[in-house]
Design a protein around this ligand. Structure first.
Ligand code: FES
Length: 122
């Protein structure tokens, strides 16, 4: 069974192969929804698309083990490409609700926007 390591929370969970990353994270009490850099996160926990891949707020960074994530589907690709947060994080960002865990991975939840960072205007 794959192990998902949530880096910020310092928590590891074992999940069945093929498990949905969002469902497993929420089951383990991991907070996925960021609000806007932390503000309004509690609202965001209520107002999201609940796993349809439309709101984009369950985005995470898979900093290790990206090869163990399911391939990105069309809905996820379209959603992420419409997000400023995706800029500069193309190799690591996924939507938790659209990601199946196929092997071990390290996951950073609630990555902040980097609107003034060097990657934004590149
Ligand atoms: S919960 Fe809305 S995109 Fe994942």
């Amino acid at each position: 069974m794959p192990i998902v390591n949530f880096v910020n929370e310092k928590k590891q969970i074992q999940v069945p192969e093929g498990a949905n990353l969002r469902k497993e994270a929420l089951k383990a009490g991991i907070k996925l929804y960021p609000g806007i850099n932390g503000y309004g996160a509690w609202l965001n926990e209520i107002f999201n698309c609940h796993g349809l891949g439309h709101c984009g707020t369950c985005r995470v960074l898979i900093v290790k083990g990206m090869e163990n994530a399911s391939p990105m589907g069309l809905i996820e690709k379209l959603r992420l490409k419409c997000s400023f947060a995706y800029i500069g994080n193309e190799d690591t960002m996924r939507l938790a609700c659209r990601t199946q865990v196929l092997g071990d991975m390290d996951v950073v939840t609630r990555p902040p926007f980097n609107l003034t960072g060097e990657n934004f205007f590149s």
